[in-house]
Structure formats: C-alpha cells, structure tokens
Design a protein around this ligand. Structure first.
Ligand SMILES: [Zn+2]
Length: 252
C-alpha cells in the first residue's frame, strides 16, 4: 500500500515540474529563473506553497497574498498523473516497463498542456522523452532492443508522414502537424507495428467526438491531434498483452 502512495506522490511531483516547464516555455520564459511566483501580484512562492495538491487545497485554490484564483489545471494534472503512475506500477510492477510507462505518462501530460492550449507539441518534450525511452530500452534489452525500437520508430514516422502528405493533398490544408509526425517516431519506438496501428485507431476514435464538438462550438476545423495520439500510445502500452491476445483470437 505504501508503495502506491509513494508512487502517487512521485507522479504528482513530476506533474508539477511538467506544469512549470510547459507553461513557462509557452510564454517564452526561462525554466530555471525567476523562482515560481504568482502571475498576478508577483509574490515569490515559498516552498510550502509549492507542494503538489496539498498547497492548493490548504490555500483554497487562491494566492496567499492577493487571493487571486489559481488555475485548476495544475491540480488536475497532479492528481491525474499521480493516479496514472499508480496504475502503471500496478500493471508492470518493479520492471523497466514501469519506468517507460512513467515517461509516457509525462510526455502525454506535457502534450495535453501544450497542444490543447497552443496547438503545439514542444520539441524538447519529444527529444527528452525519446532519449529516456532509448536509455531504458538499452538498459533493459541492450543494442538489439535499441535497433528494434529504432526500426519500429522509423516505421511509425514514415507511416504518419505518408498520411500527412495524402491528408494535405485531400483537405488542401495542413492535416497533421510536424509535432504529430515526430511523436509517431516516439510511439513506434515503444510499440511494435501491430500495437502502433492499434494506438492510431484508439487515437482517431477518441479524437472524433472532440473534433465534432470543436467544429460545432468553435466553427473551426483546427484540431489538436497530438493528445489523442499520446493517449492511444499510453493505452496500447498499458494493455499490450490484452490487445495482442485479442488480436491473436481474431486471427485464429
Ligand atoms: Zn498573488
């Protein structure tokens, strides 16, 4: 039980870093300085105002100095990340898959923040995520593992690149962003091609209601697809044994 609580806390701490990192980069601010402050009154936050979840609840979701409401997105992000970390650990226990799962959760959260807000996927998110995944793959499976991951990564990249070219020609506008295609490399690096395709299907099906909602309420066809790809990736990774068993059943 205590390991789950510990995992939850680790997840929420990482989430609070991700929130600072994404919101600052989107505002073109430095990640390291100045120290975290209230965006309204500039009051520099003390350590006890920076504890994930706890500080938010104690302060009633307001700045301690000026009482300006703090956005609820950081709280949601911290709780959700903590819960997902717990679920990843529950699925894979004390293995490299758990560590890769943690990386995927953080990549997904970072993409949720930047892509829904500003329609971009930060390059640094993908670069750091990909490096960590290859490092873990190397430690777990050695060079052979890396080679396989790289080939599947290239498969994913090329596949989405072709989809983009066809999509651009068909819709006569940008269908997939460059970030989506780079994300496909990361996806392929974690998922063999059958699971990659399943992740694409999950991403497309979950994106569809959102696309419908956006086109009705905002009168635009601009759609952030990255978060749904990242969601498909995480689901396919967490349930890979179930999915592969199900595919086996379909074929036989
Ligand atoms: Zn304030």
């Amino acid at each position: 039980m205590s390991i789950y609580i510990f995992t939850f806390i680790i997840g929420s701490i990482f989430a609070s870093f991700i929130h600072v990192y994404v919101t600052r980069l989107l505002r073109n601010e430095s990640i390291v300085s100045p120290r975290s402050h209230c965006t309204n009154c500039n009051h520099t936050l003390e350590w006890y105002e920076l504890i994930p979840i706890v500080s938010y609840i104690i302060q009633g979701g307001r700045c301690r100095k000026c009482s300006k409401k703090i956005g609820i997105d950081s709280l949601l992000l911290e709780v959700l990340t903590g819960l997902l970390f717990v679920f990843v650990y529950y699925r894979y226990g004390f293995t490299y898959d758990t560590l890769i799962g943690f990386v995927l959760v953080l990549v997904m959260m970072s993409i949720f923040l930047s892509d829904f807000k500003e329609m971009i996927i930060l390059d640094s998110t993908l670069v750091v995520g990909t490096i960590l995944i290859y490092l873990l793959t190397y430690l777990n499976l050695g060079y052979r593992g890396i080679y396989k991951s790289f080939m599947y990564g290239v498969f994913g990249f090329v596949l989405l690149f072709v989809v983009k070219i066809l999509g651009d020609a068909f819709f006569k506008r940008e269908s997939l962003g460059g970030g989506d295609i780079k994300l496909a490399f990361l996806m392929g690096s974690v998922l063999p091609y059958d699971l990659f395709l399943i992740a694409m299907v999950i991403g497309s099906f979950t994106a569809f209601p959102y696309a419908l909602f956006i086109s009705i309420t905002k009168k635009t066809n601009e759609l952030a697809f990255g978060p749904f790809l990242a969601l498909g990736l995480l689901v396919a990774f967490l349930f890979k044994s179930n999915i592969l068993a199900f595919l086996e059943l379909l074929i036989s």
